[in-house]
Structures are given as C-alpha cells and as structure tokens.
Write a protein that binds this ligand. Structure first.
Ligand code: ZN
Length: 322
C-alpha cells in the first residue's frame, strides 16, 4: 500500500497573507524534484460533514459571508480543505492507502465549534477525527506540533476521552492557550496533553518530548488511528515563531509516531510560513510516512535549561494520569 498525498490546485485559489499559496505550491514543486508527482484530488462529501464539529449558526455565517477573509477566500475553499482531509480518511478506512498527507489550506486547528481564528475556519483535524469515529475507529489520537497551540481542537475535544489531543507549542505565543495544567475536563481529564516550550527550543528537546511524553502516552492510549496536525512553523526559519526545529526533526517525529504508536496515520498541513522550508519539512514527513530514511542533517541547537524544565513539568503532569 502507498502513502496518499491529497492535493488539488484549487487549494491555491485564494490569498490570505501570510497564509499564502506558496506554502503549498512550493511543496508541490519540491516534491516533483524528489520524484513525487502523484496527487489525489479531494472527493465530494455532504457539506453537512462539518456539523459533526461546528454549530449550525457558525456554518450558516460562513456560508453567507461571501469573502470570509483575505482575497477570494470563501466557504467553498474552506470546505474543500476539509474534504481533502476526509478523502485521506476515507481512503485509509478503505485500505486504499496505508497512511497519508493532506497538503491543504486553509489550516484548521485554531477553529472552535462556533468561531474561526488564526487563518482557520473549519477544524480539519476534528472533522476528520469525528469521521474516523463514524467509520469505526473509536479511539483517535491527535498530535499537534504546530508552533501555535491548537486552541480550537483542544476546546472541541476537551471533555472527550475518545480523542487524545497532544500539543507541543511555543509559549508565550498566539493564541496564548495551552497550559501544561490544562488536562481536560469531566470524563476527558487526562486526555488533553499540553507541552508548552520556551523560545529557542529545538530538535533535541522535541525528541525528548516525543520519547518521554508523547510516545509513552500514545502507547498506553492505543489509538485506532492517528492524526498529525502538522504545522511546520516550528521550523527554525519560520518568520512568525521562535522555535529551532530542522527538516530532519519532522522525519523523526513522524517516524516515531508511525512505528511506535499507530501506523494508520494522516498528517494534515496546518501552519508554516517560510514556503521553501515548509516544502522541505513536508518532504521529511512524507518520506517518513513512505518508510524512507531521513536524508537531511540534524542542525545543532543549544537547548536551554528552561526547555528542560518544561519537559520535566509535562512529565510530572502526565504521570498523574498515565
Ligand atoms: Zn502555527
């Protein structure tokens, strides 16, 4: 079975700086130089699919808004992005692909049930999670390594023990949420794992976070399917953030998750604002999904003591439940 890459040129049909189309088109160009030139177009779905996550009032607002944001960004663009995610999910459920990467825009992880934010309008990862559950994949794990906390996804899943949401994000940074002590509510306590990290946190600390927090928790949760909210703005060259990952980091995070937690994995593009580096980081993710070796160097970073403290604190909080 293959790795499915979901993409259509229709994802480039609007501009909304800095969430611009180069973020995706540069990846397509780079993938072609690496011999990847087969892309799967989104299938059509019932537009009510978003109601598994979003309120009818909010959907009506998006539908009636005309241009929602930026230049020519309309509800149909937002819906197409969600359809791309559902296509990957449906193909995985059918056994047509072994895993997948959705090279899509707009992103989704800042979208709440009743409002958008941060270039996000419909929550792609949450819509895919609910779709998987309809298809019989009861336990869903979401790993969000975008530099920004996925406040929308967290809120949607906060009470829900069937979806384990984990996020590593820069703090402080927009949207200001994602405290390590925010662990879920009601039956969902313990199923929300936040690992806020300080400025300049890089590869070595992220590997520690994966090896000592995310992977062990994932192994205990035993998800039926895994969704990666893959925002490559945690890369060292991103213009909006201050983290220090390199392209190799994305290969290693993906490989660890697929090999140790769940092979049934769909990665969805979230943020990432340096188009050339997003392209290389996206390639690292896809090559790990394909089972290829990492071919880019780990770039050294001086990890600071407060990054180590952040990991220790997360381990302490997680130990209460896991
Ligand atoms: Zn982001």
């Amino acid at each position: 079975m293959t790795t499915g890459i979901i993409y259509t040129p229709k994802f480039l049909a609007y501009t909304n700086s800095p969430e611009n189309k180069d973020r995706v088109s540069a990846t397509v160009d780079y993938f072609k130089t690496q011999g990847i030139d087969e892309f799967i177009s989104p299938r059509k779905y019932d537009e009510n699919c978003a109601k598994s996550v979003h309120t009818p009032e909010y959907i009506d607002y998006l539908k009636s808004a005309g241009v929602i944001e930026g230049n020519k960004l309309r509800y149909q663009n937002v819906l197409l992005s969600a359809y791309g995610c559902l296509t990957a999910g449906e193909m995985l459920a059918e056994g047509a692909i072994k895993n997948g990467f959705v090279l899509t825009r707009p992103p989704g992880h800042h979208a709440y049930a009743n409002k958008g934010g941060g270039f996000c309008f419909l929550n792609n990862a949450a819509i895919l999670a609910r779709y998987f559950q309809e298809k019989g994949f009861e336990k869903v794990m979401i790993v969000d390594w975008d530099a920004h906390h996925g406040n929308g996804t967290e809120a949607i899943c906060y009470h829900d023990p069937s979806v384990l949401y984990t996020s590593v994000h820069q703090y402080p940074l927009y949207p200001g949420t994602g405290k390590v002590t925010d662990t879920g509510s009601g039956p969902g306590v313990g199923y929300n794992v936040n690992i806020p990290v300080p400025w300049y946190t890089g590869h070595d600390t992220y590997m520690e976070i994966f090896d000592e927090v995310i992977i062990p928790v994932g192994k205990k949760f035993k998800p039926d399917v895994l969704i990666i909210s893959a925002g490559q703005d945690s890369h060292r060259d991103d213009p909006l953030t201050n983290l220090m990952l390199c392209s190799a980091s994305y290969h290693m995070m993906t490989e660890r998750l697929v090999q140790s937690v769940c092979s049934k994995t769909i990665a969805i593009l979230e943020g990432g604002y340096n188009a050339n580096n997003v392209a290389r980081a996206n390639y690292s993710i896809v090559s790990a999904l394909m089972g290829k070796e990492n071919n880019s160097p780990v770039e050294p970073n001086e990890e600071l003591e407060d990054a180590r403290q952040a990991v220790l604190q997360a381990k302490e909080v997680v130990a209460e439940r896991w």
